[in-house]
Design a protein around this ligand. Sequence first.
Ligand code: XUL
Length: 463
Amino acid sequence: MTVLVGIDVGTSGVKALALSETGEIVGRAEREYPLSIPRPGWAEQDPEDWWRATEAALADLDVEPASIGLSGQMHGLVTLDEREQVLRPAILWNDQRTAAECAEIEERVGLERLIQLTGNRALTGFTAPKLLWLRNHEPDTYARIKHVLLPKDYVRLRLTGERAIDVADASGTLLFDVANRRWSDEVLDALELPAEWLPPAHECTAIGAAGDQAAGALGVGVDRPGPLSVVLGTSGVVFAALPEYRPEPEARLHVFCHAVPGTWHAMGVMLSAAGSLQWLHDALGNPRREQLLAEAESWEPGTEGLFFQPYLQGERTPHADPDARGAFVGLTLRHDRGALTRAVLEGVAYGLRDSLELLGVLGVEAEVGRVSGGGARSELWVRIVASVLGLPLERTSADEGAAYGAALLGGVAQGVFADAHEAVEACVRVSDRIEPDPGWQAVYEEGYTRYRVLYPALRMLQG
Ligand code: XUL
């Protein structure tokens, strides 16, 4: 049997899947690693942890793969010296330390020109501002940089000895000419960053790899305009494949290369989706997760006026505010931990609705979403999100969208499938569909209006 392996180097751990060439899952392995928050708003990981976890997950899978496809958390900065040794812990996609460097970039390049060149504005999580931060704050480390990689590409280096990147992940560096699918000399020059540090960029299908959002979308069958990809992972994402390259004039959404050659996508990204639930779970002292969700289910939609603002690590879409904070608002003596949980599920759903609204501004009119990520296992959460978005949500037979998509991309790269569309057709199957609940929808329409008042009101408290 031909076995296709897909690896997702995520934020909480590595997931590895083994698929048959008709898409059945024949093996699964998962290894976790820690996330380090050395200061509020910072987020780092040791690249060695990713590699150790990947090796262990591959050993657990114990298969002879025809191909290995890679996906992973995007934007993270891995710096290597001339001997390809890691110089410092990787700075991750949800790290917020680079506000000053984002301003520096928009000043050096000019905001309008930056959006023209890269399709995006400078956001704290992107890779380029992290390089400038190192130049400004750790000049000794900066002086030793010879190579720059993204997280999953570091794993590729350890796996194969090759330095490479795909166009989807390269789009999230802010150093990429997204329209023309190549590194941007103009941005590199303006930021005085050496092009030699960067690995060669390839189409995703050529090297069997993509950043987790593009791979995840492919893994749930979003290979062309149609259904949206909705992700309830550590991050929360609403993602649309675009009919053509179409940057949003104010760049409130990210516009990146998609994993299908010659295509693009737009997405809104929340920094703490299932990450918010994980935080609550830890803060409550690790009760059984099913128990918490069952307690949440016993509350009526709207949780008797309790709101949660999910900005525990700042936020990207829609506010692009590294200093935004999380909050519970509207507590009463009646609210118990089930209520806190339900408010978290609802607050994250409202945050996703913000991204859906912005996609509407770009002309995206969706009729259905495909949901993946750890949070998609909760039927309650998916029903809440469907009702807040006003969209039916379909689940596919695998909820590990990114690892699944990586396996498909690996298969295309090895010629098992002619192209990404054939891979999706052969493998991706919808397993169920959760409709918005009309009663809940009415409550959430009103709730969303009130939720939108929270951020500007609470922002004033932060000074
Ligand atoms: C996408 C993003 C996150 C990470 C999470 O822009 O930053 O979704 O890729 O893994």
